[in-house]
Design a protein around this ligand. Structure first.
Ligand SMILES: [Zn+2]
Length: 235
């Protein structure tokens, strides 16, 4: 079974003898009209006389793999979070979609046992893990949420019960953002999206600005319930 949208599209393209680009363009169009990712891929499979059941994505496995990567090493997780935080604020092609970022922070807030620097990843390894997380998160939101031209419009009926909480949080935060409101990644308060700094509300940003390090930023990701990420066994 495929784990990311890219893998799934490659599989159906290969099996149907179509190019990846042709399939990708069609899927994009279908999804803008409100068809789900899996649904769209399966429609193409049927058209091409392929068995639709062979084209699935298991969101539970996506979450497990993401958790596994984020537990590997604290420094690596820090770097990934920092990169995604910058990308969600970026403009244009580099931009990481906010629903995918919300999915990331939800999963991150469930992780409590990352090891502290047991090995040092090379920058290439960290970059590979970041790319993998980006693909996993964009795929996850396309499976868990219902989409239309306006973006996320609800929770997908394919969403398994165990992931409904995540889907609901993504939907709620995305809705707020569409209305011009941002959920501070540090305290969880809802603030005007125009007034945020580094994904935080003004107060949290001011508090941290004296000691703005990548760790401070990272410690704030994942919401107010979590304190001392990854340190539970050491302190
Ligand atoms: Zn705040």
């Amino acid at each position: 079974m495929s784990l990311t949208a890219r893998e799934l599209l490659h599989k159906v393209a290969d099996d149907a003898g179509l190019t990846y680009q042709t399939v990708a363009r069609r899927i994009n169009r279908m999804m803008r009209k409100g068809s789900g990712l899996i649904e769209s891929v399966q429609k193409i499979a049927v058209e091409q006389n392929l068995k639709p059941d062979r084209y699935r994505i298991d969101p539970v496995k996506i979450v497990s793999e993401t958790e596994k990567i984020l537990r590997e090493d604290y420094t690596q997780t820090l770097m990934i979070s920092a990169v995604l935080g910058q990308m969600v604020e970026a403009r244009g092609k580099e931009r990481f979609p906010s629903p995918a970022f919300f999915a990331f922070t939800e999963i991150l807030s469930r992780i409590t046992d990352a090891r502290r620097d047991t090995k040092s990843e090379t920058s290439i390894e960290i970059e590979d893990s970041t790319t993998r997380i980006i693909e996993l998160m964009t795929t996850l939101v396309s499976v868990l949420c219902e989409w239309s031209e306006q973006g996320v419009v609800g929770i997908s009926h394919d969403c398994p019960d165990s992931l409904r909480d995540i889907a609901r949080a993504i939907f709620r935060k995305t809705k707020l953002l569409q209305g011009g409101l941002w959920t501070c990644i540090s305290c969880g308060n809802i603030v005007d999206a125009k007034e945020t700094r580094a994904l935080m509300c003004h107060e949290c940003d001011t508090q941290l600005s004296g000691s703005r390090s990548i760790e401070d930023r990272f410690e704030s990701l994942g919401g107010r319930v979590r304190k001392g990420y990854g340190r539970s066994s050491e302190e």
